[in-house]
Design a protein around this ligand. Structure first.
Ligand code: ADP
Ligand code: MG
Length: 230
């Protein structure tokens, strides 16, 4: 008999018209360039959050992704972001990033930046990722920017950056951003971005305040929760 206390990894998905989960990265229909980047990372198969969330994000739907730290949430937003960027016509001609990734602290921003950079290496000539403190690169122009909400607002105020082209917004570790009081900045960023943006919110936990914000700023999202249940 199965022990009452045995833990299993549960994936719960809710929302309308949920795309089917994938079993392999090949199922995602990634380009050979992206498949090479995934191979280089030595990722053999998608993690549970990636299996459920990648097809949702790739289909263009907004998502709330809840899974603990270390579950592989970064690739869930970075890989589809690169697909989205590579799909844009006249990539080099317009100004401002297409993708913006916000995280709570300088350290986290730096970690995400390094991960995005690794995946982008292979698409480097067309897809450049910048971190907010690298003003030189920001000036040259980039497709992805990674920053804390506060610094993103500062850059917009200083006109170091425009969000005219941004259509893909990631709020990573949303619970921690809330703990640090970034709610007004997040709302301001959402207010300055195009209304047709694709928004992805990831969090390790889902306190009521984050839930409320998600309901207000996401459009018809699908919610994926990966967690241990007793
Ligand atoms: P989270 O954002 O959920 O905390 P990360 O995206 O930082 O998790 O990933 C945690 C670790 O797992 C990283 O070292 C990352 O390279 C690794 N990882 C992510 N996806 C996979 C995968 N499909 N296969 C193997 N390792 C992976
Ligand atoms: Mg993370």
């Amino acid at each position: 008999m199965r022990s009452k206390y045995k833990k299993s990894l549960a994936i719960r998905t809710s929302g309308f018209d949920i795309p089917r989960p994938v079993k392999t990265f090949e199922d995602c229909g990634f380009s050979s360039q992206l498949m090479a980047a995934i191979k280089k990372q030595d990722y053999q198969k998608p993690t549970p959050i990636q299996c459920a969330a990648l097809p949702i994000v790739l289909s263009g739907r907004d998502i709330i992704g809840i899974a603990k730290t270390g579950s592989g949430k970064t690739a869930t937003f970075v890989l589809p972001m690169i697909v989205h960027i590579m799909d844009q016509p006249d990539l080099q001609k317009e100004e401002g990033p297409i993708g913006a990734i916000c995280a709570s602290t300088r350290e986290l921003v730096h970690q995400i930046y390094l991960r995005v950079q690794k995946i982008c290496e292979i698409t480097w000539d067309t897809c450049l990722c910048c971190i907010w403190w690298n003003f030189k690169e920001l000036k040259v122009g980039c497709e992805i920017v990674v920053a804390t909400p506060g610094k993103l607002i500062d850059m917009l105020k200083m006109k170091a950056l425009t969000m005219l082209r941004a259509t893909y917004l990631v709020l990573d570790e949303a619970d921690r951003m809330f703990d640090l009081g970034f709610e007004p900045q997040i709302r301001s960023i959402v207010g300055q971005i195009r209304p047709d943006q694709h928004t992805l919110l990831f969090s390790a936990t889902m306190p009521r305040k984050v839930e409320k914000l998600a309901r207000e700023i996401l459009s018809d999202p699908i919610r994926v929760t990966v967690g241990e249940v007793g």
